[in-house]
Ligand binder design. Sequence first.
Ligand code: ZN
Length: 286
Amino acid sequence: MLNRKLYLITLAVLAVLSLYFSYQIYTDASRLQVVFLDVGQGDSILIQKGTRQILIDGGPSGKVELAKLGKYLPYFDREIDVVIATHPDKDHIAGLVEAARNYRIGKVLTTAAGKDTQVYKEWKDILDYNKIETLEALRGDRISFEGAEIKILNPEAPVDPAIGEANNESVVARLDYGENSFLFTGDIESPAENKIIASGEDIDVDVLKVAHHGSKYSTSGVFLDKVTPKDAVISVGKNNSYGHPTQVVLEALKERNIDILRTDEKGDIIFKCGNQNAKCQFITQK
Ligand SMILES: [Zn+2]
């Protein structure tokens, strides 16, 4: 009799546990999450829904990037659907090399801008070696992603591979998910900001990834008055040698009552978007 009772209790406990875990998996899969990874002085942003991911840039270190991806991707998920490489600077692509060595990448969206550096050569080599489909990003391109949509706003024309300094040719993308919107700006400076404004594209969003780690050459008042974000995320390393973010950008954000979220202060900055009709909530994680 006792055995039978124990058996029934065990069954009941198992049933409750399995319901609980299915619920967890279900809620995680139905939630869109945008994570500004704390990768030090550089950019890396992971957009994920369930087992699908878009990764924008990979930060300056392969080791750090792999640790971060391991933290947010389920252990069984070895695939990243789309990688957007905004421009060929080390603080954006070094981590992508290691990501490409360790994950299957569906496709890469980038520009032709090249750079005569070891890390850029490694990046090109791994794309060739793994035969990863590489598409040229141009204004107007769209990616549909699990109920969300990404629209490319920059560059406006194909980029010359020999352009040299390519900050202003960075891939700029807008993400819309129901009531929520984000603008990812790579390292563009005012010339590109002005071109995007002149194009008439809608850049009014909730969350702005501040361009070029808060450099004084980006994030003009005119640009901010078009974007009117609630939150501004600055992806930046502690005590970096560039003096990023600059005082002038911090002041411009404060004057407009925009909340400043810095990866050097807060660690990973995670926007959890439960459904299209609700505003994303953010949490931070060191
Ligand atoms: Zn950068």
